[in-house]
Design a binder for this molecule. Structure first.
Ligand SMILES: Nc1ccn([C@@H]2O[C@H](COP(=O)(O)OP(=O)(O)OP(=O)(O)O)[C@@H](O)[C@H]2O)c(=O)n1
Ligand SMILES: C[C@](O)(CO)[C@H](O)COP(=O)(O)O
Length: 237
């Protein structure tokens, strides 16, 4: 595991995987570019991250075939805003490629990386700050998450085949915050199929910190989620 270096302050970087196609969303384009409340979804995500002063820079990982980003987010530029068209076939592959890109920009193994889905466009700066504060002195790092409130059913052929114990179950969100070096090692060992960073870190034998967030930090995934996200965003202004 990458450990802190005495006397050397780590920096915090945001890494935003945005190389997916949004197959489940039913949209006519990658879902991160679908307008929500008048702007492409990803602009809300990046605007929220830009208000987190602890972040040294934000890297957006795009698909090598992406032609939409610069038009969608013309304001995303400058010393703290990086883009790399190095996305892979899975979210984990995109994150791994992004970590290499962060290193190419000078990030060090002991620096913190906050991986945040482009598709969680309702993230609020205060939740990100809560995560940073909670994890800053933690030996492992952690993630935003929410205790499961619904009763969990096991399914088979559309019928209930069992009821799962929901005690001590949390739904993982993002950002997920880990040291760059540890995350690189974890993803290299876990492979490209893990669905979040925490799973890879857990597979190394660590126990990431759970930092309670809000239901509102949802991931736009299904067609109906766009209207819900729009209502929530509009209700803030
Ligand atoms: N190969 C991939 C797949 C996903 N992502 C990103 O990871 C985040 C969470 O993934 P998900 O919600 O599953 O997005 P998609 O993969 O685009 O959706 P779907 O699975 O429905 O195709 C998204 O911001 C998405 O752009 C990525 O960078 N690279
Ligand atoms: C990282 C994540 O958002 C945590 O809930 C989630 O695992 C992403 O999953 P997906 O398969 O990319 O939708």
């Amino acid at each position: 595991m990458t450990t802190p270096i005495p006397g050397l302050q780590p920096r915090c970087f945001a890494l935003v995987p945005a190389a997916g196609i949004g197959a489940r969303s039913g949209a006519d384009r990658p879902k991160q570019y679908v307008p929500i409340a008048g702007r492409p979804m990803i602009t809300h995500t990046l605007a929220a991250l830009s208000r987190v002063t602890k972040l040294a820079a934000t890297l957006v990982v795009l698909s090598p075939q992406d032609t939409l980003f610069e038009n969608a987010v013309p304001e995303f530029r400058g010393a703290r805003a990086w883009v790399a068209r190095c996305g892979g076939a899975t979210r984990a592959a995109s994150v791994s490629k992004g970590l290499l890109e962060l290193q190419a920009h000078g990030a060090q193994p002991h620096d913190w990386v906050l991986v945040h889905d482009a598709a969680r466009c309702l993230v609020q700066p205060r939740w990100v700050e809560k995560l940073i504060q909670a994890c800053w002195d933690d030996p492992v790092g952690g993630l935003l998450a929410l205790p499961v409130a619904d009763t969990l059913k096991q399914s088979g052929n559309g019928r209930v085949t069992g009821t799962l114990d929901r005690k001590a179950k949390w739904a993982a969100q993002t950002p997920q915050m880990f040291r760059l070096g540890t995350l690189q090692q974890a993803l290299a060992q876990a492979g490209d199929e893990v669905t979040d960073e925490s799973s890879a870190i857990e597979a190394l034998g660590h126990q990431p910190l759970l930092v309670e967030a809000a239901l509102e930090n949802l991931k736009v995934t299904w067609p109906a989620d766009f209207a819900l996200a729009e209502r929530l965003l509009r209700s803030r202004t």
